[in-house]
Design a protein around this ligand. Structure first.
Ligand code: AMP
Length: 328
């Protein structure tokens, strides 16, 4: 699929001596795995080229994947090719020096909200951006080199963004691409331990979430996590934000939302929206966000606006339930 665009991208890569990889703010397993995995494939395949992944927006949860490259001067970017992976809009690109690159490529699997770059390869139906990188490797494998390290990065993103191959978007193609990665000898037991073991204290926090979670009339499960609760459990914003996943298996709650207070002067609240059957991205888009049909993010200001978003989500779910059958 999309062989023409992928060939254009490979030719561009061949044209440049210097390539910079970029990803989104508040990084996750997919954007980290895709940029790290692609960097390593390109470095192994074209040892004479300089490939950089520079980003100071790092995640504690993904620290096991290793550090990024040291910063370089702005001058360095000017004759380079920039490749932005897993990022729907320019404002979400974490390293703003992408603006200095001579040419820019966008590789993404989010619902498109904005065009940018000289070449765009966007496939919203892919379960992860890492799946696209795996597919890129599989398409040109006679010209590219992979190893277990690169494949493990890519597999990490495939696993995390698809909820361990559970979410909408996972299909035979996903599994075929995952198989290409697994064939390199990934240590899945270690990887799953790195990704999914919780600290004792975090489980205590989870217990509190289950005590405090609420559900709206039409089946939107939600939780408000204020700064005080984060402090009580000694949680980083990232750890507190992961609570959204605890609400994902309540029968009838086909949408679930976590509101996490950022603790800034603007009273901003991070909103993480998830759903099954019903698509939730229209609600995220109404509140300065976006993402995928069933996994989106947004920002609201103050608890009053949070309540408004919740009411919109509830009405959206009500309408869905009244007009559809088969949801659980
Ligand atoms: P999150 O809950 O932050 O993990 O977001 C879920 C998905 O939506 C991820 O793929 C994010 O990259 C995407 N996303 C989050 N916030 C935004 C936003 N403001 N605009 C566009 N996409 C977003």
């Amino acid at each position: 699929m999309n062989k023409e665009i992928k060939t254009k991208i490979l030719n561009k890569i061949k044209e440049y001596d210097k390539i910079f990889l970029f990803r989104h703010v508040r990084n996750d397993g997919d954007c980290v795995g895709a940029t790290k995995g692609f960097k390593r494939i390109l470095q192994l395949s074209f040892p004479e080229k300089k490939i950089y992944l520079i980003d100071d927006d790092n995640s504690q949860y993904l620290a096991f994947m290793g550090a990024e490259d040291e910063a370089v001067s702005e001058e360095e970017y000017k004759d380079g090719l920039g490749i932005v992976i897993d990022t729907a809009s320019e404002k979400r690109i974490s390293n703003k020096n992408y603006l200095l690159c001579k040419e820019l490529i966008k590789i993404d699997h989010h619902i498109p909200i904005e065009d940018y770059g000289d070449i765009m390869w966007v496939e919203p139906d892919r379960s992860s951006a890492c799946e696209m990188i795996a597919d890129f490797y599989a398409t040109f494998k006679s010209e590219l080199t992979i190893d277990t390290v690169a494949a493990t990065h890519i597999y990490t993103g495939m696993v995390t963004d698809s909820g361990r191959f559970k979410y909408e978007g996972v299909n035979g193609e996903t599994m075929r691409n995952a198989a290409v990665m697994l064939d390199t000898g990934i240590d899945t037991e270690k990887l799953y331990a790195q990704l999914y073991l919780d600290d004792f204290g975090y489980l205590k926090f989870k217990a509190r979430i289950y005590q405090r979670m609420e559900i709206t009339e039409n089946g939107v499960a939600y939780i408000f996590i204020d700064k005080a609760m984060q402090e009580e459990f000694g949680l980083s914003l990232e750890q507190a934000s992961s609570c959204v996943n605890s609400l994902d298996s309540i029968r009838g709650a086909i949408c679930w939302i976590a509101f996490i207070e950022n603790g800034d002067e603007e009273s901003s609240i991070r909103v993480r929206l998830r759903s099954r059957f019903v698509h939730i991205n229209p609600i995220a888009e109404k509140y300065r966000g976006g993402g995928h049909a069933c996994a989106s993010g947004a920002t609201v200001y103050g608890w009053e606006e949070a309540e408004k978003l919740l009411a919109d989500a509830d009405a959206h779910v009500k309408e869905y339930k009244e007009t559809h059958e088969g949801w659980l």
